[in-house]
Design a protein around this ligand. Structure first.
Ligand code: SF4
Ligand code: SF4
Length: 73
């Protein structure tokens, strides 16, 4: 079990995380943040395998991946 958290205000909507996710469960929101960007979010959280690829590739440090106890297990 893993949990992914997105900081919507830090996201610039570059879609790198969308591209890299092996489970294809990240998508940009139709809404915009206060900077005018469409922020990324998770669509099917239960499918996340905790690989951390999204966290590693994000240039704006807008993603946190929690595993184990940190994920609420
Ligand atoms: S941790 Fe891996 S599976 Fe989970 S959302 Fe990020 S890239 Fe996708
Ligand atoms: S990689 Fe980071 S900045 Fe780019 S869309 Fe994903 S969360 Fe937003």
């Amino acid at each position: 079990m893993a949990r992914v958290l997105f900081d919507k205000e830090s996201c610039k909507g570059c879609k790198l995380c969308v591209t890299v996710c092996p489970k294809k469960i990240i998508a940009l929101s139709p809404e915009v943040n206060s900077h005018g960007f469409h922020p990324a979010g998770i669509t099917e959280a239960e499918k996340c395998n905790g690989c951390g690829f999204c966290f590693l590739i994000c240039p704006d440090v807008a993603i946190a991946v929690l595993r184990g106890e940190g994920a609420g297990e």
